[in-house]
Design a protein. Structure first.
Length: 430
């Protein structure tokens, strides 16, 4: 009798890897398209400005990258924190009277998501807690879970332009709070805070004496009549770690270049800066070709490129094939009490990213409110009708749509508005 072969054990993944869960990817990867749906499925993308093809990368930006590729000078490794030329360009672009930045205050990263991960990881130890906004970008929770950090949500107030509930935020802080993360302009609320509110946040952070991380990837992307203020620019004495990048403003999320801007005050962030530099060495920084285009993007043609991009994104009527945000239905068919541009609680988005994730939003459409007892019924009926599609676990969170900063083509948007309004009219009551 031959001896039995020992059974090989199955290797298990690490605890840290199994803690990672990205809600956006989970949703997008599990969406079920209704079988034999009577109508075409409508996709609104996930905040990628390139999806529909109606928002184009500025020609000057493309020309710059092409010249760099042809030069054959940027195919090797760079400093893990980024090239000196690119970091100086970022420092120059974001310096202010109160914060004179140098090359040493900048770390280039693989996209803004990479900047977030490095900044949060440098602040946090397992068992610490980190404050993030609710509603907020889902990647914040993904990173916290990976780091073994407790998530504490502070509330944003929908009836006050999604400003922070500062009293509630203060109540969350204790001796294990490693950082507070803010996001302005907001994803997904589509708001941009006033200078007065930013100053109020900074006063509270100064009192709490906690590191502040500001996600400003949508910096300067605001609607007409509104102004963006960076926390690093406004702060007088509070150190601020700002993260950003080229993905949204230059319409190139796939180019994967972000940055960390360290607005230090009195050398209080020196050790954190060292930690972030060390973490940046794990993947040796951002794409070398793209970061080599940063000086020209930020210095030589920044104003013209951004004006063009902002007029397209923030004023979608300017985009060929993009929507003119106007309700063209007969008056007796229009929603009562709000027009189609208005977001949650009647607030019109002022900047940032305002609601491209399918139908995930906070307010019902059309002046009628869905009673809580009937809300699940409304969502199920909407999905069952073939008008929209969503994974089962997210249907309880469905709300009718808000306007998009990165708009789909006009026919797609109007079709969405018409379908949702028809369904809401049928399945809601005042």
């Amino acid at each position: 009798m031959e001896p039995s072969t020992p059974k090989k054990k199955l290797w298990k993944a690490s605890v840290a890897s199994m803690r990672v869960a990205n809600p956006i990817r989970r949703i997008m990867d599990t969406i079920e398209h209704p079988k034999d749906a009577p109508q075409e499925f409508i996709s609104l993308s996930i905040g990628d400005p390139t999806v529909f093809g109606n928002l184009k990368v500025h020609q000057q930006v493309k020309d710059s990258l092409c010249r760099i590729i042809q030069s054959d000078k940027c195919n090797g490794y760079f400093n893990a924190a980024g090239s000196s030329e690119a970091r100086r360009a970022v420092a120059k672009r974001f310096s202010s009277t109160r914060s004179q930045l140098t090359e040493g205050d900048i770390i280039l990263t693989s996209g803004c998501s990479g900047a977030l991960e490095i900044a949060m990881a440098a602040c946090a130890n397992p068992g610490d807690n980190l404050l993030i906004p609710k509603p907020g970008f889902s990647l914040y929770t993904t990173i916290c879970a990976h780091l073994g950090v407790e998530i504490r949500y502070y509330d944003l107030l929908p009836d006050s332009n999604w400003e922070i509930d500062l009293a509630q935020m203060e109540s969350l802080v204790d001796e294990r709070t490693c950082a507070i993360l803010v996001n302005n302009p907001s994803n997904p609320c589509g708001s941009v805070w006033s200078r007065a509110h930013i100053e109020a946040i900074l006063r509270l952070v100064s009192k709490l004496d906690v590191p502040l991380i500001s996600d400003e990837v949508y910096a300067d992307m605001v609607f007409d009549g509104h102004t963006f203020y960076s926390f690093g620019e406004v702060s007088e004495d509070v150190p601020v770690i700002v993260v950003g990048g080229i993905a949204k403003r230059y319409l190139v999320p796939g180019w994967r270049v972000g940055w960390i801007i360290i607005h230090d005050r009195d050398g209080r962030l020196e050790e954190l800066k060292t930690g972030m530099y060390k973490l940046g060495q794990l993947i040796l920084g951002a794409n070398t070709l793209v970061q080599s285009a940063i000086p020209e993007m930020l210095e030589k043609n920044s104003d013209g490129v951004l004006r063009g991009n902002q007029s397209h994104a923030a004023n979608p009527r300017h985009v060929p094939g993009g929507p003119h945000i106007q309700d063209t239905r007969p008056v007796h068919h229009r929603p009562r009490g709000r027009d189609v541009r208005h977001g949650p609680s009647g607030n019109q988005p002022t900047g940032g990213y305002s609601g491209g994730r399918g139908l995930y939003a906070e307010a019902p459409f059309g002046g009628k409110r869905v009673r809580a007892a009937r809300h699940d019924i409304w969502c199920s009926q909407l999905c069952a009708s073939g008008r929209v599609s969503a994974p089962q676990q997210t249907r309880k969170r469905l709300r009718p749509p808000r306007p998009l900063l990165f708009p789909p083509p006009l026919p797609r948007l109007l079709l969405l508005i018409t379908r949702t309004h028809t369904h809401t009219h049928t399945h809601t009551h005042t």
